[in-house]
Design a protein around this ligand. Sequence first.
Ligand code: GRF
Length: 218
Amino acid sequence: MKRLRAAVLISGRGSNMTALMEAAKRHAYPTTIALVLSNRPAAVGLARAKAAGVATAVVDHCAYGRDRESFERAMQEVLDQHGIDIVCLAGFMRLLSPRFVARWEQRILNIHPALLPSFKGLDTHRRALSAGVKIHGASVHFVSAEMDSGPIVIQGALAVREDDDAETLAARVLEVEHRIYPIALHLVASGRVQVVDGRCVIAGASSPPEPLIAPQTT
Ligand code: GRF
């Protein structure tokens, strides 16, 4: 099996990156993490990737000012140099242009800490708590030109607890993220995901039989 070469794009601590790197160590996993690319030189995840022996690169967006085209061209060059087949955004805090997204169509994934299409954007956990939702979670989706949009590959949900604050909720959602991102990349890289009418159809997928009902009452 020829393994696809994935790049993980980060801006910060890189815990999802680490989850992907761990998954990719498995013999049967269909991708290798060939590159970790950050737009911030100080991203903690860069050191983690280096320590794990993964190639790293920095394309500092500050050096390009408002010239997004040049910034993205520089990123594309690095991706080309490393022979990248598929891109995983993992806490990458820059908006990408329609041109860049089109270049990677159906080969670029993002993880978002909410059940899309609810709570796009930042600060999702605090907003979910304010809205009083009882079920919250995370989504991995193909990236489209619009922020936090694009066909959803997988979602993970959990019950919001009465005593949750944004931090406790974020911590539990992050555990869900670390489970679903490796599965999503596996599904996409092994060719099991087809986009039909803007929705992902997953070959050989089943759904858990039980609904998640929250809260539970006695
Ligand atoms: C995650 O919550 C991810 O969903 C969001 O940014 C955060 C990145 O965390 N897009 P990490 O860098 O993967 O630890």
